[in-house]
Structures are given as structure tokens and as C-alpha cells.
Ligand binder design. Structure first.
Ligand code: ATP
Ligand code: MG
Length: 379
């Protein structure tokens, strides 16, 4: 396989200093080493990369020896994290071959055979994600037409989408995410196989899907992602209790705006929005037999969350926050004069208020006045 080598000199300011340090150290030790994946894609698109990944022919143990502050991680495949602070690290992966051990279902169970850069290219998902950047020669190395696909904004699978989605169904939601992020077109093969294979997503472990869901919706194009997921029948494999409504749309657009403005976002908020309708329906049913408002609310919340975590697992702290947001809605709606101060002092007030405000602007216009009250009283 002969790659295209394109000279591209990225402005030094755009490259992560720590990533460059890691690459330099590995290079000096005599190994082949590149920046790879999403960071190269994003730099070519003029976007700010979220993280910088490094690929090398050095084995994990050899990389580990080069950096005092590094650790070996991973079970399915071994990686090295070179630590710069507790939260800040650069991930270094050794070139791996596409040879994978699969279970009967086609799902990958082991993926740890080291290989050359040519092998490493083929195990990646899409051509746009399989570009390597040589920091020293200022060259992008492209074996699979990724450069071309970036300029024409097309998403092509490396290999046969039917097989590659079977091996790892998460690639389907990654395709949707990159499609929305780049404003790109899915190749016809990808389009057809997602339509046919969307149901495979139900077999992915809920724990893995939590991370992926956060990535799906915490960005500037969250609503587009939502619409595409729905169109392809993927949404119901993640959130079977969720149906599009104006509240969800407004909340997703609001999340994107907050991200553009560098304001904090929490997954608790969006999950609370996605499940609110289901919670309400469940509550109405339970309330027929249960006199206590509080108990009916708790039970409904619990049941909706239990159904959700069968698809996408949610950490405990997050479900606690979701329940708080829901429980505070009726208190805010009542705005009892004696309770105003107590509610304003509640650490979850801000989230619950934002939730109420979005409801008032979408599915619950009757709440406009009460939302105005809370806007005024907190200033
Ligand atoms: P971003 O960081 O913006 O979410 P990314 O492409 O960098 O996008 P990562 O999850 O950081 O995504 O993965 C890094 C690279 O690893 C990808 O660019 C791709 O080459 C490869 N990769 C990630 N997940 C898969 C997968 N499920 N199947 C095949 N290759 C993958
Ligand atoms: Mg990345």
C-alpha cells in the first residue's frame, strides 16, 4: 500500500504542547510516531481538536519506559497514558493489526495484535479518522483517501460497513456524530447498513454507551445528532422512552449555545429532559392508586430510570440529580411565598429553574408567568 503524503504545516499554536513533547521523546528513542485520528481530522478542518492521540510502532512497555509519569492501561487493548497532571494526559497507542478475535455474534472480544502502520490504518473506522501526521516532516499520511473525503465532506467506512458495524455497533453512532459535526454526507453503503443494522446497538454494554451518549449531545450540533439518530432508528436503542418534542429540541439547542459560550453543561440536565415525558406518564398512572404526591413522584422517577439504565447506564450521582430536577418542578410551579428563599438556596435551583424556563418556552406555555417570577426573584 502506497500512501499519499501531503505537506501541511499546522501552526505550532494549534498543536498541543504535551502531545508534541510525547511525540518528540518517542521519536528521539528511534521509533516511528505520529499524531493520529480526530486531532488530524479537526486540524485539517480548522477546528479545535478535543484531544490529541499518538500512534507509534513502540510497544506499550517500551513507551512506558520512556516516561516516568506514565501508566499502562486497558484490558481489551493496552495503551499508555503519559500523565501531565491528574486530568491531563496523552494517550499513546501501539500500531495494531485489524486481526480481531470475534464472538459468534461478530462482536470484537480481543483486539491486541501489534502491527505496522498499514495494519493500524485498516482497523480504524472511517477514512477521515485514519490520517497520520508526521510532526517532524510536516506531512499528513493518507492510505485510505481520508484527505479527499475531508475536502468533499464524505464519510466512508474503511472496509465493509456491514461487517464493521457488526464487529462494533458503536461505530454507527460515531458515523452520525461525525456526519453532524462536519455537515458531511454518509456514503451510500453506510447509510444503507445503518438502516438495516441499527438494532445491533441494543447489544452494546450500557456502560460503554454512557460515555458515547455524552459525546453525542454535549456539542454544538446536538439537535442535528438527535434528529439523525431518530431517522436511522438508533435513538430507540439508546432512549426507548424518549420521543421528540419541542422541549427536547429547545434543550438541545440550549446546550449547544451554552457550549459555544463556554458555559458549563451537565449530562444530568439532558437526561432529565429526555425522560421527563415518560416520567410524567408514569406518575399519572401511579397517582391513580398512590395518594402521596411525593411517593408517586419518587416511584415514577425510579421506574423510568431503571428502564433507562438497561440501555445506557447512568452513574449514581447523575440519577440523583435528575430526580432533584424533577422533584423541584412542582415546588417551583407552586412558588409558595414561604418556600422562595429555601428554593433559591437549594444547590440544584439553577438547573431546576433552567428546566422550568425551557418547559415554559416549549411544551408548557402556561408556566411563562411563574418562570418570569423566578427570573425576577433571583436577581
Ligand atoms: P473526537 O475525539 O472528536 O470524539 P475521534 O475521532 O478522535 O473524535 P476518539 O474516540 O478519540 O474519536 O478515537 C480516536 C481514533 O480512534 C478515531 O479517530 C479512530 O481512528 C479510532 N477509533 C475510535 N473508536 C473506534 C471504533 N469504535 N472503531 C474503529 N476505530 C475507532
Ligand atoms: Mg479524539
Amino acid at each position: 500500500m502506497k500512501p499519499i503524503r501531503q505537506n501541511v504545516k499546522f501552526d505550532k499554536k494549534l498543536l498541543d504542547k504535551n502531545a508534541v513533547k510525547v511525540v518528540s521523546t518517542i521519536h528521539k528513542a528511534g521509533y516511528e510516531v505520529y499524531l493520529v485520528g480526530g486531532c488530524v481530522r479537526d486540524l485539517l478542518l480548522g477546528l479545535n481538536p478535543k484531544d490529541f492521540d499518538v500512534a507509534t510502532n513502540a510497544k506499550p512497555e517500551q513507551v512506558h519506559k520512556l516516561f516516568k509519569r506514565s501508566r499502562l492501561i486497558g484490558r481489551r487493548f493496552r495503551l499508555v497514558h503519559v500523565m501531565f497532571s491528574q486530568r491531563n494526559f496523552i494517550e499513546v497507542a501501539t500500531f495494531r493489526s485489524g486481526k480481531v478475535q470475534t464472538a459468534k455474534s461478530g462482536v470484537i472480544v480481543r483486539d491486541n495484535c501489534y502491527g505496522s502502520i498499514e495494519d493500524d490504518v485498516i482497523r480504524r473506522d472511517f477514512s477521515i479518522n485514519a490520517l497520520y501526521y508526521d510532526v517532524f516532516k510536516h506531512q499528513v499520511i493518507d492510505y485510505v483517501g481520508g484527505l479527499n473525503d475531508i475536502s468533499s465532506k464524505e464519510i466512508h467506512m474503511i472496509g465493509d460497513p456491514v461487517l464493521r458495524f457488526e464487529q462494533d455497533p458503536v461505530r454507527m453512532i460515531r458515523a452520525i456524530r461525525f456526519q453532524s459535526k462536519l455537515g458531511a454526507k454518509l456514503s451510500n453503503e453506510i447509510h444503507v447498513s445503518i438502516l438495516n443494522q441499527a438494532h445491533l446497538l441494543s447489544h452494546v454494554s450500557p456502560a460503554r454507551l454512557y460515555e458515547e451518549c455524552v459525546k453525542l449531545f454535549h456539542n454544538e450540533y446536538a439537535f442535528k445528532v438527535f434528529e439523525h439518530l431518530e431517522k436511522y432508528g438508533l435513538l430507540k436503542c439508546l432512549f426507548k422512552q424518549t420521543q421528540k418534542n419541542d422541549f427536547i429540541k429547545k434543550a438541545l439547542l440550549n446546550t449547544s449555545t451554552r457550549i459555544k459560550q463556554n458555559k458549563p453543561v451537565t449530562p444530568a440536565f439532558l437526561f432529565a429532559v429526555f425522560l421527563w415525558q415518560a416520567q410524567n406518564e408514569q406518575f399519572s398512572m401511579i397517582k391513580k392508586q398512590q395518594k402521596s404526591f411525593y411517593l408517586a413522584m419518587s416511584q415514577a422517577s425510579e421506574e423510568v430510570i431503571i428502564a433507562q439504565i438497561q440501555q445506557v447506564s447512568l452513574p449514581k450521582w447523575l440519577t440523583a440529580r435528575i430526580k432533584d430536577i424533577w422533584m423541584m418542578q412542582s415546588k417551583l410551579e407552586k412558588n409558595h411565598p414561604k418556600k422562595v428563599k429555601e428554593l433559591l438556596d437549594n444547590p440544584r435551583f439553577r438547573m431546576a429553574y433552567d428546566f422550568l424556563l425551557l418547559r415554559s418556552k416549549s411544551t408548557n406555555p402556561e408556566l411563562i408567568e411563574v418562570a418570569k417570577f423566578w427570573t425576577k426573584v433571583q436577581n
